[in-house]
Design a protein. Structure first.
Length: 267
């Protein structure tokens, strides 16, 4: 077990990044720090071969692992960096583009497709700071693991208003039929990238999906969300191409609502 802990810590440390914003240093962990061998050609449904930004549910997992390794203070830094991107209404994006030099403007890159602004591929426009999609809402569980490790009341008081706004936003913005099940507007929001589970929703029947067809279908959803609706949620939930009350996402939401209720009871 000690060898496993050392290996896990080494991976996290190698993937750690920091950035200074408004005089304050933010620390985060990238899911993958190294590039895979570049293909002979760059097909239009792929983007960069590695993941140099901060992802929502990855950071939640990283915080949980840091806590298990006996480093709750480092776990807190991870979540504080994530929450700097929270909107006033409570929404938290699934990616923060800390390093603007790695953002690609071309319409076939997910950086463009999964952020706001129809015209951000143009060179004179401002690059996006975050995505506009969600990921499975693991945040309350991550905060609870840290709380269980050190019972830091100050940290809990810092986190709770942000957590409450976030989970309230999920139900207010993503549950149009008020059945307490939230909707995802893209298969990528589930975290199950390229899963064939969404084939029926995307109109694919019969044999396992051809990889090219799957890529075109999935990217077709994000392009439609971007170009036709510019991620206007009310319009997307009424007429968008993908409206799914996903089992995994809602199961995680339920577990986190229970965790959130416990956290609110500790104050």
């Amino acid at each position: 077990m000690e060898d496993l802990r050392k290996a896990a810590r080494k991976i996290l440390q190698n993937n750690e990044r920091s950035v200074v914003l408004n005089g304050r240093t933010y620390v985060y962990t990238v899911p993958s720090a190294s590039k895979r061998p570049k293909p002979l050609f760059e097909a239009p449904w792929f983007s960069l071969s590695y993941y140099p930004f901060q992802w929502f549910w990855d950071s939640c997992f990283h915080a949980i692992v840091y806590t298990a390794l006996g480093e709750p203070e480092r776990a807190k830094k991870e979540l504080r960096s994530l929450l700097i991107a929270q909107h006033q209404d409570g929404f938290i994006p699934h990616v923060i583009f800390w390093d603007k030099t790695k953002i690609r403007r071309r319409p076939w890159y997910w950086h463009y497709q999964e952020s706001e602004g129809r015209w951000t591929f143009l060179p004179f426009t401002r690059k996006p700071e975050t995505s506009i999609q969600i990921q499975p809402p693991l945040l309350a569980q991550a905060v609870e693991r840290i709380w269980e490790a050190d019972h830091d009341h100050e940290f809990l008081r810092e986190m709770l208003p942000k957590l409450n706004r976030y989970y309230r936003w999920l139900f207010e913005a993503r549950d149009p039929d008020h059945d307490n099940l939230i909707t995802i507007i893209s298969p990528y929001e589930s975290g199950l990238d390229w899963s064939p589970a969404y084939d029926p929703v995307l109109g694919v029947r019969g044999k396992p999906t051809n990889p090219l067809l799957m890529a075109l279908k999935w990217r077709g959803v994000t392009l439609t969300n971007k170009l036709r609706f510019d991620y206007n949620l009310s319009a997307l939930l009424a007429k968008g191409p993908f409206h799914v009350e996903d089992v995994l996402v809602n199961s995680i939401l339920a577990l986190n609502c229970v965790a959130l209720s416990r956290l609110n009871g500790y104050t």
